[in-house]
Design a protein. Structure first.
Lengths: 436, 293
């Protein structure tokens, strides 16, 4: 018996035993329900069918906050999943939890898979990458805000539906015309803090917080009460007072009004595409997020929202090998292109974007590439690569409260944003103390 | 003279007490002790490290104007929920008590809302009053009233009070009705013969005889408003606008499970424990004196 046959026998026995043993299970906790939940299941079953060693089991754990809490509680009980989906505002919390996570770059290096972090789109990857360029979590669903337009409503108000709406000055003219024509809801928004402060700041290249928006250290302080932000929020507040901007709620409540045709313009995530396309009974269009023309340096680039996948610590090598294989599958152009086209989320790799273009999706669905262009137009600066702030979910709550005070006419923009900064900074100091 | 049962020795009484003591220890003393212990630390969410800060968490909270405002919000909210739900329940119970035909049907219908879970009740009210698609909002709009509890603090408070009281009316109704039916008819008839009108009879006979029920409901409803209305607030307002409906319990949740600030959350639980303890003592010391058993 030669060495070769011996080895061959050993390998086949090994293969047989692995086959006979149960496959290694990879738990994937996520926050997608409805159609998105089905698409997540499709990705997992696609991976499971593509190989025989690992089984990825997705489970829906509630909304983003609930999923993060489930992951934290599970970690404390020693029952954590291999993969946990965490929304972008939870990034600082996860990064600070060194002992609870396994950085993605480490996982991929150890797996031996040929993996190129540069394949990912910079503006997407940057949010989840350390200052020295190491990717900590795998971007999954990312989107960026755009302006959705009800073209029929513009036409009814005597406006050209193709009119230029690149700047807020132009939007204001349209709002005036809509209001004059008696329109009940010229403009509404979803996710006000994300769109009208976080993205506004990045898009105009002004800081949202010190220390490179928190990327450079825990001792960061909010600076969202600068002149650009105050000007914008004051303008929105004036529009709210005059009935040109209608506030519907902190999350995406405004979406129902827009899709029902009640509102003429709507600032919302590019991922609103699937819902608007299936429900809107009017001619809709998508435009880049407007900027203030008078601000020098605008438009820079917008930042992402959405979530990434974190690998949790405390699992064995086989499970990590399976997790790495799955993340690699997830990043493949085919899987990403399908996810991008089905959901309106951004492609996370350049190859997925190119594949989508080759498949003719952008030609068949005009405007769906606006989000990609808007994000990748300029190389991100320290002000526009993202935000990394502790307790950010709660800080957003504070910002929501203060913005509501402006919409209700209780406070002017300067007072509200000053108060948001002061209250938010207290939480940042608490977070710094907890993570020293 | 009081009747006392005396036991010989300690074994039997201890054995009889043991199950209750064990349950209290496991489900109350242990978690409460944990809360007190944790309130002295600032831990990170994952339980990897923790820093002792002494009374730092309490200091932080009591210096926070929004936390202090939350006390007032809680007082207004629980006061309104208690008064509204007990008042309506008493009124309905008096009406139902006088019914001769169809009493059973009315009672069953009035008890129904109690079967609805707070979170579900919250969703029902949220849809009725939704600022854009709500049925009630639409009718109010026809009347020329622009309902917007998303921005208007008074409307938000009114809405959560209504939603929290709604299911509670049924519960209170049951107790009031039972209390009313326990009052001997002969007493009331005698007063009626003496010429006492309904209001006089109610004030001098029914209300005093109903006082044990009322007192019991007062205690139970205040505790309900403090702790069990979480689901309603979470689904309808999430504590907004501008923290106008952030009651103490909601803040424990939002700091602990949204903010992951477990130290502050634990300290708030301890403060809440003290507040409810004090309230109960006050109720038993001062209000119970006016109760006629």
């Amino acid at each position: 018996m030669t060495l070769k046959t011996l080895l061959g026998a050993a390998v086949s026995t090994l293969a047989l035993t692995t086959g006979a043993w149960a496959q290694t299970e990879i738990q994937w906790w996520h926050a997608h329900s409805g159609r998105l939940g089905e698409l997540v299941d499709e990705i997992a079953s696609g991976f499971n069918a593509s190989q025989g060693d690992y089984v990825v089991t997705p489970s829906h754990k509630g909304n983003y906050s609930e999923t993060l809490n489930a992951g934290i509680a599970a970690f404390r009980a020693g029952e954590q999943p291999q993969l946990l989906q965490v929304f972008e505002v939870g990034t600082a919390t996860m990064m600070a939890a060194g002992g609870a996570i396994k950085p993605v770059y480490e996982l991929m290096e150890a797996s031996g898979i040929d993996w190129d972090p540069d394949a990912y789109i910079g503006a997407v990857k940057g949010y989840y990458t350390t200052a020295d360029g190491r990717m900590l979590s795998m971007p999954f669903n990312s989107s960026t805000p755009v302006l959705w337009v009800n073209r029929d409503a513009l036409a009814a108000a005597g406006l050209d539906p193709d009119m230029d709406l690149s700047t807020w000055e132009q939007v204001e003219t349209a709002l005036d015309a809509l209001k004059a024509a008696g329109h009940a809801c010229p403009l509404t928004t979803a996710w006000q803090s994300w769109i009208h402060l976080e993205n506004l700041s990045a898009y105009h290249n002004v800081p949202f917080a010190t220390q490179e928006n928190g990327f450079a250290g825990l001792d960061t302080e909010l600076t969202l009460n600068g002149p650009v932000q105050v000007k914008h929020i004051q303008a929105m507040g004036d529009w709210a007072r005059d009935g040109k901007f209608i506030y519907n709620g902190r999350r995406n409540e405004g979406g129902a009004s827009f899709r029902a045709g009640e509102c003429a313009m709507f600032t919302e995530s590019s991922a609103g595409y699937a819902g608007i396309k299936s429900e809107a009974a009017f001619d809709f269009g998508v435009r880049p997020l407007p900027y203030w023309a008078e601000v020098a340096g605008a438009p820079q680039n917008t930042i992402i929202g959405g979530a990434s996948l974190w690998v949790m610590a405390g699992h064995d090598d086989a499970e990590y090998a399976g997790t790495a294989a799955f993340l690699n599958y997830l990043s493949s152009p085919e899987v990403q292109a399908k996810w991008h086209q089905d959901t309106g989320y951004l492609p996370i790799t350049k190859a997925a974007g190119e594949l989508t273009r080759e498949q003719g999706f952008y030609d068949a669905n005009p405007g769906t590439d606006i989000a990609v262009i808007q994000m990748t137009a300029n190389e991100p600066t320290a002000n526009s690569k993202g935000l990394r702030l502790g307790s950010f979910d709660q800080i957003r709550g504070i910002i929501d409260e203060e913005l509501e005070a402006v919409w209700a006419g209780d406070k002017d923009a300067q007072a509200a944003l000053d108060s948001a900064v002061e209250r938010g900074n207290q939480l940042l100091r608490r977070f710094e103390q907890a993570n020293q | 003279m009081e009747k006392r049962v005396t036991f010989k020795g300690w074994t039997l009484p201890l054995c009889l007490l043991l199950p209750q003591v064990a349950i209290t220890a496991v489900f109350f003393f242990y978690p409460a002790g944990q809360a007190v212990y944790q309130s002295l630390f600032i831990p990170d969410p994952f339980g990897l490290k923790s820093q002792f800060v002494g009374l730092g968490n309490f200091n932080y909270l009591l210096n926070d104007p929004y936390y202090r405002a939350s006390f007032a919000t809680t007082a207004v909210f629980s006061g309104l929920v208690t008064v509204v739900s007990m008042g309506i329940a008493l009124y309905l119970a008096i009406l139902a008590d006088r019914l001769i035909k169809g009493a059973g049907t009315y009672r069953t219908l009035l008890i129904w809302p109690y079967a609805v879970a707070p979170a579900v009740a919250g969703v029902l009210w949220m849809f009725m009053f939704n600022t854009r698609v709500g049925v009630v909002t639409w009718y109010l709009g026809l009347l020329g009233y622009d309902w917007n509890h998303v921005l208007n603090e008074g409307e938000a408070m009114g809405l959560v009070v209504a939603a929290s009281s709604w299911g509670r009316v049924s519960y209170n109704f049951l107790f009031f009705l039972a209390g009313l039916q326990a009052i001997p008819k002969s007493v009331i008839e005698a007063a009626a013969i003496d010429g006492a009108r309904f209001w006089t009879r109610f004030r001098t006979i029914v209300w005093p005889l109903l006082s044990p029920t009322t007192f019991f409901l007062l205690v139970v409803n205040v505790v309900y408003a403090f702790f069990e209305t979480f689901g309603v607030i979470h689904t309808i307002t999430s504590g907004g606008p501008q923290q106008a409906t952030t009651i103490l319990v909601y803040k424990v949740f939002s700091d602990g499970f949204v903010g992951q600030d477990l130290g502050s959350s634990a300290a708030q639980s301890v403060i809440l424990l003290v507040v409810v303890g004090l309230l109960t003592v006050i109720q038993f010391k001062f209000i119970e004196r006016r109760v006629h058993y």
